[in-house]
Ligand binder design. Structure first.
Ligand code: NDP
Length: 308
Protein backbone atom coordinates (compact mmCIF):
# COMPACT_ATOMS: atom_id res chain seq x y z
CA UNK A 1 0.00 0.00 0.00
CA UNK A 2 1.31 3.46 -0.97
CA UNK A 3 1.11 6.10 1.74
CA UNK A 4 1.01 9.73 0.56
CA UNK A 5 1.70 12.68 2.86
CA UNK A 6 0.08 15.97 1.85
CA UNK A 7 2.55 18.54 3.18
CA UNK A 8 2.13 22.30 3.30
CA UNK A 9 2.66 24.98 5.90
CA UNK A 10 0.55 27.54 4.00
CA UNK A 11 -2.17 25.76 1.99
CA UNK A 12 -4.85 23.18 2.63
CA UNK A 13 -4.06 20.18 0.44
CA UNK A 14 -6.60 17.76 1.95
CA UNK A 15 -8.91 18.09 -1.09
CA UNK A 16 -6.33 16.07 -3.04
CA UNK A 17 -6.58 13.04 -0.74
CA UNK A 18 -9.90 11.52 -1.92
CA UNK A 19 -9.03 12.30 -5.56
CA UNK A 20 -5.68 10.51 -5.24
CA UNK A 21 -7.37 7.58 -3.50
CA UNK A 22 -9.70 7.25 -6.44
CA UNK A 23 -6.82 7.38 -8.93
CA UNK A 24 -4.32 5.06 -7.20
CA UNK A 25 -5.33 1.55 -6.12
CA UNK A 26 -4.48 0.67 -2.49
CA UNK A 27 -3.53 4.16 -1.34
CA UNK A 28 -3.79 5.85 2.03
CA UNK A 29 -3.02 9.48 2.75
CA UNK A 30 -2.25 11.70 5.70
CA UNK A 31 -2.41 15.48 5.89
CA UNK A 32 0.20 17.53 7.77
CA UNK A 33 0.34 18.18 10.78
CA UNK A 34 -0.86 14.60 11.32
CA UNK A 35 2.31 12.82 12.59
CA UNK A 36 1.30 9.79 10.49
CA UNK A 37 2.76 11.78 7.57
CA UNK A 38 6.22 10.79 8.81
CA UNK A 39 5.54 7.17 7.69
CA UNK A 40 4.64 8.11 4.10
CA UNK A 41 6.58 6.98 1.05
CA UNK A 42 5.45 9.81 -1.24
CA UNK A 43 5.22 13.50 -0.29
CA UNK A 44 2.91 15.78 -2.28
CA UNK A 45 3.89 19.31 -1.39
CA UNK A 46 3.55 23.08 -1.59
CA UNK A 47 5.67 25.08 0.86
CA UNK A 48 6.86 22.06 2.79
CA UNK A 49 7.34 22.69 6.53
CA UNK A 50 11.12 22.83 7.13
CA UNK A 51 13.05 19.75 8.24
CA UNK A 52 10.33 17.20 7.46
CA UNK A 53 11.91 15.01 4.78
CA UNK A 54 14.76 13.90 7.03
CA UNK A 55 12.15 12.70 9.54
CA UNK A 56 10.47 10.51 6.90
CA UNK A 57 12.56 7.32 6.68
CA UNK A 58 10.33 5.62 4.07
CA UNK A 59 10.15 8.62 1.71
CA UNK A 60 10.96 7.77 -1.94
CA UNK A 61 9.51 10.69 -3.92
CA UNK A 62 8.77 14.39 -3.40
CA UNK A 63 6.14 15.74 -5.79
CA UNK A 64 5.17 19.38 -6.27
CA UNK A 65 1.54 20.35 -6.92
CA UNK A 66 2.83 23.20 -9.08
CA UNK A 67 5.33 24.08 -11.84
CA UNK A 68 7.79 25.68 -9.41
CA UNK A 69 9.72 23.65 -6.86
CA UNK A 70 11.69 26.28 -4.91
CA UNK A 71 9.50 25.95 -1.80
CA UNK A 72 9.70 22.15 -1.66
CA UNK A 73 13.38 21.60 -2.51
CA UNK A 74 15.21 22.30 0.78
CA UNK A 75 16.27 18.98 2.28
CA UNK A 76 15.79 16.86 -0.86
CA UNK A 77 19.42 16.97 -2.09
CA UNK A 78 20.91 15.77 1.20
CA UNK A 79 18.27 13.00 1.38
CA UNK A 80 18.95 12.01 -2.25
CA UNK A 81 15.24 12.21 -3.06
CA UNK A 82 13.84 12.55 -6.58
CA UNK A 83 11.63 15.63 -7.05
CA UNK A 84 8.92 15.99 -9.70
CA UNK A 85 6.80 18.96 -10.70
CA UNK A 86 3.61 19.50 -12.67
CA UNK A 87 3.82 20.34 -16.37
CA UNK A 88 0.38 20.98 -17.76
CA UNK A 89 -1.21 22.41 -20.89
CA UNK A 90 -3.89 24.29 -18.92
CA UNK A 91 -1.32 25.79 -16.57
CA UNK A 92 0.76 26.98 -19.54
CA UNK A 93 -2.33 28.41 -21.23
CA UNK A 94 -3.18 30.38 -18.07
CA UNK A 95 0.28 31.95 -17.98
CA UNK A 96 0.13 32.82 -21.68
CA UNK A 97 -3.20 34.62 -21.13
CA UNK A 98 -1.87 36.52 -18.13
CA UNK A 99 1.25 37.72 -19.92
CA UNK A 100 -0.62 38.62 -23.12
CA UNK A 101 -2.93 40.80 -21.04
CA UNK A 102 -0.05 42.45 -19.16
CA UNK A 103 1.91 43.14 -22.34
CA UNK A 104 -1.17 44.63 -24.03
CA UNK A 105 -1.75 46.77 -20.94
CA UNK A 106 1.53 48.58 -21.50
CA UNK A 107 1.81 48.30 -25.27
CA UNK A 108 -1.67 49.76 -25.88
CA UNK A 109 -1.22 52.38 -23.10
CA UNK A 110 -4.12 51.15 -20.96
CA UNK A 111 -1.96 52.15 -17.98
CA UNK A 112 -1.93 55.73 -19.26
CA UNK A 113 -5.68 55.71 -19.98
CA UNK A 114 -6.50 54.47 -16.47
CA UNK A 115 -4.29 57.11 -14.85
CA UNK A 116 -5.87 59.81 -17.00
CA UNK A 117 -9.35 58.65 -16.02
CA UNK A 118 -8.57 59.39 -12.36
CA UNK A 119 -7.91 63.03 -13.26
CA UNK A 120 -10.73 63.25 -15.85
CA UNK A 121 -8.13 63.84 -18.55
CA UNK A 122 -8.99 63.17 -22.19
CA UNK A 123 -5.78 62.63 -24.13
CA UNK A 124 -5.36 60.03 -26.82
CA UNK A 125 -2.07 58.10 -26.49
CA UNK A 126 -0.02 57.45 -29.63
CA UNK A 127 -0.79 54.10 -31.24
CA UNK A 128 2.28 51.89 -31.43
CA UNK A 129 2.33 48.77 -33.58
CA UNK A 130 3.16 45.48 -31.88
CA UNK A 131 6.15 45.10 -34.20
CA UNK A 132 7.58 48.28 -32.65
CA UNK A 133 7.26 46.91 -29.12
CA UNK A 134 10.15 44.78 -27.87
CA UNK A 135 9.24 42.15 -25.30
CA UNK A 136 11.99 40.28 -23.46
CA UNK A 137 11.13 37.02 -21.70
CA UNK A 138 13.50 35.83 -18.95
CA UNK A 139 13.36 32.04 -18.80
CA UNK A 140 12.81 29.88 -21.85
CA UNK A 141 11.29 26.93 -20.00
CA UNK A 142 7.90 25.32 -20.45
CA UNK A 143 6.17 28.59 -19.66
CA UNK A 144 8.63 31.11 -21.12
CA UNK A 145 8.82 29.35 -24.49
CA UNK A 146 5.03 29.24 -24.87
CA UNK A 147 4.69 32.86 -23.78
CA UNK A 148 7.40 33.95 -26.24
CA UNK A 149 5.75 32.06 -29.13
CA UNK A 150 2.31 33.52 -28.30
CA UNK A 151 3.71 37.06 -28.18
CA UNK A 152 5.54 36.51 -31.47
CA UNK A 153 2.25 35.31 -33.01
CA UNK A 154 0.69 38.62 -31.92
CA UNK A 155 3.38 40.46 -33.86
CA UNK A 156 5.64 41.60 -31.01
CA UNK A 157 9.43 41.69 -31.36
CA UNK A 158 10.30 38.98 -28.88
CA UNK A 159 13.61 37.99 -27.39
CA UNK A 160 14.39 35.52 -24.65
CA UNK A 161 17.07 34.84 -22.06
CA UNK A 162 18.09 31.47 -20.65
CA UNK A 163 21.13 29.56 -19.45
CA UNK A 164 21.35 27.42 -22.57
CA UNK A 165 20.57 27.92 -26.26
CA UNK A 166 16.99 27.52 -27.52
CA UNK A 167 15.81 27.58 -31.14
CA UNK A 168 12.37 29.24 -31.25
CA UNK A 169 11.26 30.52 -34.62
CA UNK A 170 11.08 34.30 -34.69
CA UNK A 171 12.49 34.70 -31.16
CA UNK A 172 16.07 35.76 -30.54
CA UNK A 173 17.30 33.86 -27.51
CA UNK A 174 20.25 35.27 -25.54
CA UNK A 175 22.26 32.85 -23.50
CA UNK A 176 24.04 33.25 -20.18
CA UNK A 177 25.16 36.06 -17.93
CA UNK A 178 27.36 37.66 -20.57
CA UNK A 179 24.37 38.13 -22.89
CA UNK A 180 22.13 39.71 -20.25
CA UNK A 181 23.15 43.32 -20.97
CA UNK A 182 22.36 43.02 -24.69
CA UNK A 183 19.03 41.36 -23.93
CA UNK A 184 17.99 44.06 -21.45
CA UNK A 185 19.13 46.95 -23.62
CA UNK A 186 16.59 45.97 -26.30
CA UNK A 187 13.62 45.24 -24.05
CA UNK A 188 10.64 47.60 -23.64
CA UNK A 189 8.54 45.11 -21.62
CA UNK A 190 10.43 42.63 -19.45
CA UNK A 191 8.57 39.42 -18.50
CA UNK A 192 10.12 37.37 -15.72
CA UNK A 193 9.47 33.63 -15.96
CA UNK A 194 12.62 32.35 -14.29
CA UNK A 195 12.54 29.73 -11.56
CA UNK A 196 13.71 30.82 -8.11
CA UNK A 197 17.23 29.49 -7.52
CA UNK A 198 20.37 30.70 -5.74
CA UNK A 199 21.41 32.33 -9.04
CA UNK A 200 18.13 34.12 -9.72
CA UNK A 201 17.11 35.28 -6.23
CA UNK A 202 17.06 39.11 -6.23
CA UNK A 203 17.80 39.29 -9.97
CA UNK A 204 15.19 42.04 -10.50
CA UNK A 205 17.35 44.62 -8.76
CA UNK A 206 18.65 48.16 -9.19
CA UNK A 207 21.46 47.11 -11.52
CA UNK A 208 19.12 45.16 -13.80
CA UNK A 209 16.54 47.95 -13.91
CA UNK A 210 19.25 50.49 -14.80
CA UNK A 211 20.20 48.39 -17.83
CA UNK A 212 16.67 48.53 -19.25
CA UNK A 213 15.86 51.42 -21.60
CA UNK A 214 14.15 54.40 -19.94
CA UNK A 215 10.38 53.89 -19.98
CA UNK A 216 10.54 50.07 -19.87
CA UNK A 217 7.92 48.09 -17.95
CA UNK A 218 8.08 44.93 -15.84
CA UNK A 219 5.78 41.91 -15.75
CA UNK A 220 6.69 39.87 -12.67
CA UNK A 221 5.15 36.42 -12.68
CA UNK A 222 8.04 34.11 -11.73
CA UNK A 223 8.57 34.25 -7.97
CA UNK A 224 8.39 37.15 -5.53
CA UNK A 225 11.92 36.60 -4.24
CA UNK A 226 13.29 37.52 -7.68
CA UNK A 227 12.27 41.10 -6.95
CA UNK A 228 14.02 43.68 -4.78
CA UNK A 229 10.93 45.75 -4.01
CA UNK A 230 12.83 48.90 -2.91
CA UNK A 231 14.76 48.90 -6.20
CA UNK A 232 11.53 48.71 -8.18
CA UNK A 233 9.91 51.46 -6.13
CA UNK A 234 12.96 53.68 -6.67
CA UNK A 235 13.09 52.99 -10.42
CA UNK A 236 9.38 53.83 -10.73
CA UNK A 237 9.66 56.98 -8.59
CA UNK A 238 12.49 58.37 -10.71
CA UNK A 239 10.43 57.47 -13.81
CA UNK A 240 13.17 55.23 -15.21
CA UNK A 241 10.57 52.46 -15.33
CA UNK A 242 7.09 53.18 -16.62
CA UNK A 243 5.19 50.58 -14.63
CA UNK A 244 4.92 47.05 -13.35
CA UNK A 245 2.32 44.30 -13.41
CA UNK A 246 3.18 42.07 -10.45
CA UNK A 247 1.67 38.69 -9.63
CA UNK A 248 4.22 37.45 -7.09
CA UNK A 249 5.83 39.11 -4.07
CA UNK A 250 8.68 38.34 -1.65
CA UNK A 251 6.05 38.07 1.08
CA UNK A 252 2.62 36.67 0.22
CA UNK A 253 0.00 37.81 0.97
CA UNK A 254 1.48 41.24 0.24
CA UNK A 255 1.29 43.14 3.53
CA UNK A 256 -0.91 46.21 3.90
CA UNK A 257 2.08 48.49 4.49
CA UNK A 258 3.79 47.71 1.15
CA UNK A 259 4.41 50.94 -0.81
CA UNK A 260 3.42 49.03 -3.97
CA UNK A 261 -0.31 49.14 -3.13
CA UNK A 262 -0.49 52.91 -3.48
CA UNK A 263 1.62 53.31 -6.62
CA UNK A 264 -0.50 54.13 -9.67
CA UNK A 265 2.20 52.65 -11.92
CA UNK A 266 1.77 49.22 -10.33
CA UNK A 267 -0.89 46.59 -10.94
CA UNK A 268 -1.06 43.99 -8.17
CA UNK A 269 -2.58 40.57 -8.73
CA UNK A 270 -2.67 37.93 -5.94
CA UNK A 271 -0.47 35.12 -7.37
CA UNK A 272 -3.20 34.23 -9.83
CA UNK A 273 -1.34 34.15 -13.16
CA UNK A 274 -1.99 30.45 -13.45
CA UNK A 275 -2.20 27.18 -11.55
CA UNK A 276 -2.48 23.49 -12.26
CA UNK A 277 -5.97 22.03 -11.96
CA UNK A 278 -6.47 19.44 -9.19
CA UNK A 279 -7.21 16.91 -11.96
CA UNK A 280 -3.84 17.58 -13.63
CA UNK A 281 -2.03 17.30 -10.28
CA UNK A 282 -3.74 14.01 -9.45
CA UNK A 283 -3.12 12.59 -12.93
CA UNK A 284 0.62 13.38 -12.80
CA UNK A 285 1.16 12.33 -9.19
CA UNK A 286 -0.64 9.03 -9.77
CA UNK A 287 1.29 8.41 -12.98
CA UNK A 288 4.57 8.94 -11.11
CA UNK A 289 3.47 6.64 -8.28
CA UNK A 290 2.73 3.96 -10.89
CA UNK A 291 6.16 4.51 -12.44
CA UNK A 292 7.85 4.43 -9.02
CA UNK A 293 6.15 1.13 -8.20
CA UNK A 294 7.14 -0.37 -11.56
CA UNK A 295 10.71 0.97 -11.55
CA UNK A 296 10.10 3.15 -14.62
CA UNK A 297 11.59 6.64 -15.25
CA UNK A 298 9.59 9.41 -13.56
CA UNK A 299 7.99 12.21 -15.60
CA UNK A 300 8.71 15.93 -15.09
CA UNK A 301 11.72 15.20 -12.95
CA UNK A 302 13.54 18.25 -11.58
CA UNK A 303 17.33 18.64 -11.52
CA UNK A 304 17.68 19.06 -7.75
CA UNK A 305 21.30 20.26 -7.91
CA UNK A 306 20.40 22.94 -10.49
CA UNK A 307 17.32 23.94 -8.49
CA UNK A 308 14.72 23.74 -11.30
P1 NDP B 1 11.34 25.65 -16.40
O1 NDP B 1 12.11 24.96 -15.36
O2 NDP B 1 10.70 24.83 -17.50
O3 NDP B 1 12.28 26.71 -17.14
C1 NDP B 1 13.14 27.57 -16.46
C2 NDP B 1 13.86 28.46 -17.47
O4 NDP B 1 14.65 29.42 -16.76
C3 NDP B 1 14.80 27.69 -18.38
O5 NDP B 1 14.76 28.21 -19.69
C4 NDP B 1 16.17 27.98 -17.76
O6 NDP B 1 17.27 27.96 -18.67
C5 NDP B 1 15.98 29.39 -17.25
N1 NDP B 1 16.94 29.68 -16.18
C6 NDP B 1 17.05 29.08 -14.97
N2 NDP B 1 18.07 29.62 -14.27
C7 NDP B 1 18.59 30.58 -15.06
C8 NDP B 1 19.68 31.48 -14.91
N3 NDP B 1 20.42 31.51 -13.80
N4 NDP B 1 19.95 32.33 -15.92
C9 NDP B 1 19.23 32.30 -17.06
N5 NDP B 1 18.19 31.47 -17.27
C10 NDP B 1 17.88 30.61 -16.28
O7 NDP B 1 10.25 26.54 -15.68
P2 NDP B 1 8.75 26.91 -16.13
O8 NDP B 1 8.82 27.64 -17.41
O9 NDP B 1 7.87 25.72 -16.04
O10 NDP B 1 8.33 27.89 -14.92
C11 NDP B 1 9.07 29.05 -14.61
C12 NDP B 1 8.65 29.59 -13.26
O11 NDP B 1 7.39 30.23 -13.34
C13 NDP B 1 8.44 28.53 -12.16
O12 NDP B 1 9.68 28.11 -11.62
C14 NDP B 1 7.61 29.29 -11.16
O13 NDP B 1 8.43 29.94 -10.24
C15 NDP B 1 6.90 30.35 -12.02
N6 NDP B 1 5.44 30.14 -12.00
C16 NDP B 1 4.62 31.15 -11.57
C17 NDP B 1 3.25 30.99 -11.54
C18 NDP B 1 2.34 32.10 -11.15
O14 NDP B 1 1.13 31.89 -11.04
N7 NDP B 1 2.81 33.32 -11.00
C19 NDP B 1 2.63 29.71 -11.93
C20 NDP B 1 3.57 28.74 -12.43
C21 NDP B 1 4.92 28.95 -12.44
P3 NDP B 1 17.67 26.64 -19.53
O15 NDP B 1 16.53 26.43 -20.51
O16 NDP B 1 18.91 27.03 -20.20
O17 NDP B 1 17.78 25.53 -18.53
Amino acid sequence: MTHIALLSQTSKLDYLGPMLQEAVPALRYSVWPDPACLDADVAVCWNTPPGLYERMPRLRLVHSIAAGVDNILPGTASAGLPVCRVVDEGLTRGMVEYVLWAVLYFHRSFDTALRQQRTRTWHRPTLRLACDCRVGVMGMGRLGRSVAAALRNQGYRVSGWARSAHAIEGVQVHTGQEALDGFLAHTDILVNLLPLTADTRGILNESLFSRLPAGAALVGCGRGEHLVVEALVAALRRRHLRGAVLDVFPQEPLTGDSPLWAMPEVVITPHMATMASPQAVVQQVSENIRRLQQGQPLINLVDVARGY
